[in-house]
Structures are given as structure tokens and as C-alpha cells.
Design a protein around this ligand. Structure first.
Ligand SMILES: Nc1ncnc2c1ncn2[C@@H]1O[C@H](COP(=O)(O)OP(=O)(O)OP(=O)(O)O)[C@@H](O)[C@H]1O
Length: 323
């Protein structure tokens, strides 16, 4: 790969963030390469926002090294800020202004000339599919439209690096897909993207690279496929069977099982040999006179990776220790 493709837009080493002695980020090493979309994946409270705020220059680094475009964010923050676009977790649009006015006012923070600000605003309105809403007051917009405007606003300075903190949290599936489409287009056009998310589908749909953050630390990093291959294999055999029978049921099949995880009354068996494992398990159950209450063979996904790594689900509703 050429040096240009591997250029590190963000480079963090032993990055720490403390709030009054509480370490929210505990020595994170990560890099974002130019043209890539990197996802910081982790549950609420993992430390994602704290990392992102340091990268944006909004929050001082407690210790460690943090470079953006090869420059120290603490000493060169001003020039770096002009090259990034930021979409915060909470929409902070001016509710009383119209959609178009929000863009124009934001352009003035970058000291953009009026004519250029108007031109950029129109381009963004079109790109984000907001032209018809340009005269609408923001307060009257749906959550999905507000989110699109917040993303559009972050594009006003044509940023090389776009940073989005949970870009689709709270959006319905339609609005979420529209945002994903636009982010894909930006990536195709060469924008480097760093986003935080706890949605696995979002991570799978958009990210070339993932950094799994858990309790302030990097648990794992790699492409979505690498993480799946490394930790869970291609398939998951879900079995509903009393936990005291696991050992006898799996006796002799150990080499086919990459790992297992209990989930409520079920056990998930991670494997690259799903059909064969399922057949052997049935055979064994019949021999031992055991009843399997539930059985499903399915493709593995990032949720399984997260579950295997932490014993917890990323899904908010079911989060908590499942062991
Ligand atoms: N300003 C602050 N002062 C004190 N503690 C904070 C502050 N900001 C964050 N924290 C704490 O740091 C930890 C990490 O929070 P952070 O917001 O970075 O996590 P997150 O992964 O982005 O989660 P979320 O998705 O909920 O924003 C949490 O325990 C949080 O309560």
C-alpha cells in the first residue's frame, strides 16, 4: 500500500483522560488512516465521547500523545479545527433560525466570504436532500431532518476528517439509512470518517476498521471481518439446554468450538463447522438421553464478538452481565 493511503490522520498513543481523578480513557492506542472510516464501538460510558472530544480539541488531553494531521492537537488545535467537521452527540442547531440560516451562520465561524458561504450552503442542502426544507425553521423539523442538517453543517468547511459522535442514535430505521447513504458517499469522495457507535449494524455497514472500547480501554481492533474470524468464526449454534449438560454434550467436539457464551437459558457455540457440530450435538444428545429445547444455526456477527469479549451485550435494552 502506498504511503498516501496509509497516512495517519489521527494517531493516539497511551491516551488518557481523567475527570477529577476518574480515568475515563485509560491509555488508548489507535490510528485513523486517510480515506478510511473508523468506528469506535462500545457501550454507553465506555469512553468513546471522551476520546472524540480530545481529538476535536474540545477537551484537553490528560496524558499521552495525540496527533491529528501529524500535529499535536494541544499546541496546534486552531489550524487543525479548520480541517475537521464535527457532529456532536446532541444536536446543537439554532432552533429559531431556518435550515439555510444555520448553515450560513456556521460558515461565518470559518470566516468564509458571503458568496462562498451561500454556494456551500446550497451544495450541502442538495447533498443532504434538504433543499425543500431550506426555509423551514429548525424547531419544526423531525429528529431525522435535524440530524441531516447537523451533519450538513459539519461539512461547510469541506473537512478532510469528519467526526461523528453517535450519528444515528434515536433515529428511526429510515432516517438512519439515509444518514448511512450520505456518509458512504462522503467516504467515496475521499473524506476520512471517525464515528462512535453502539449500533453493530452501523459498524458493519460503514466502518473499514473498528476499535472496540470497553471501560476506557481498547479491547480489540481490526476490520469487522477480522474481528469475527479471530473471535467467533463464521457461525453460531444456539442451543437451549441445561448448563450442567454442556460438558457431556460437547465432549469430543471441542476442536470445532472456537468459544462459547451463555445467554439466558441458551448457550452460544462459536464455530466454523456449524452443520457438522449441530449433527454431532444431536447425536450426542440422543445417546445421552438429553433434551435440546431450542436450536438455531446462524451466521455470526459483531454482537457475538462483543459478547465473547466482554460477556455483555451492546444492545442497550439487554445490556448488563449475561453470565
Ligand atoms: N465531564 C465529565 N466529568 C466527569 N465524568 C465524566 C465526564 N464526561 C464523561 N464522564 C464519565 O466518563 C466515562 C466515559 O464517558 P463517555 O461519555 O466518554 O463514554 P461514551 O462511551 O461516549 O458513552 P455515551 O455513549 O454514553 O456518551 C463515563 O463513566 C462518564 O460518566
Amino acid at each position: 500500500m502506498s504511503d498516501k493511503v496509509r497516512e495517519k490522520v489521527v494517531y493516539a498513543r497511551y491516551l488518557v483522560k481523567s475527570y477529577d481523578g476518574f480515568e475515563a480513557v485509560k491509555g488508548v492506542n489507535m490510528e485513523v488512516y486517510r480515506g478510511n472510516c473508523l468506528g469506535l464501538l462500545g457501550p454507553n460510558g465506555a469512553g468513546k465521547t471522551s476520546i472524540v472530544k480530545m481529538i476535536c480539541g474540545f477537551s484537553p488531553v490528560t496524558s499521552g500523545k495525540l496527533e491529528v494531521f501529524g500535529e499535536n492537537i494541544m499546541s496546534r488545535g486552531r489550524s487543525i479545527k479548520g480541517r475537521i467537521g464535527v457532529v456532536p452527540q446532541e444536536d446543537n442547531l439554532d432552533q429559531e433560525l431556518t435550515v439555510r440560516q444555520n448553515l450560513i451562520v456556521y460558515a461565518s465561524y470559518f470566516r468564509m466570504k458571503k458568496a462562498l458561504a451561500l454556494k456551500r450552503s446550497d451544495e450541502i442542502l442538495e447533498f443532504m436532500d434538504l433543499t425543500e426544507k431550506s426555509r423551514e425553521v429548525v424547531d419544526n423539523l423531525s429528529g431525522g431532518l435535524k440530524r441531516r442538517l447537523t451533519i450538513g453543517r459539519a461539512l461547510i468547511n469541506n473537512p478532510e476528517l469528519l467526526i461523528l459522535d453517535e450519528p444515528t442514535t434515536g433515529l428511526d430505521p429510515y432516517a438512519r439509512h439515509l444518514v448511512w447513504q450520505r456518509l458512504r458517499k462522503l467516504k467515496e469522495a475521499g473524506t476520512t470518517i471517525l464515528l462512535t457507535t453502539h449500533y453493530l449494524e452501523e459498524a458493519e455497514q460503514l466502518c473499514d476498521m473498528l476499535v472496540v472500547i470497553y471501560r476506557g480501554k481498547v479491547l480489540e481492533q481490526g476490520t469487522p471481518q477480522e474481528l469475527v474470524d479471530r473471535h467467533v468464526g463464521q457461525e453460531v449454534l444456539e442451543l437451549g439446554i441445561a448448563s450442567e449438560h454442556y460438558d457431556s454434550l460437547l465432549n469430543g467436539c471441542e476442536e470445532m468450538v472456537k468459544g462459547s457464551q451463555t445467554l439466558g437459558d441458551d448457550v452460544l457455540l462459536f464455530t466454523n463447522h456449524g452443520r457438522e457440530l449441530s449433527r454431532l450435538v444431536s447425536q450426542k444428545a440422543a445417546e445421552l438421553g438429553l433434551t435440546i429445547n431450542y436450536r438455531r444455526l446462524r451466521a455470526s456477527n459483531l454482537e457475538d464478538v462483543f459478547l465473547k469479549l466482554t460477556g455483555e451485550s451492546l444492545d442497550e435494552e439487554s445490556s448488563g452481565n449475561l453470565q
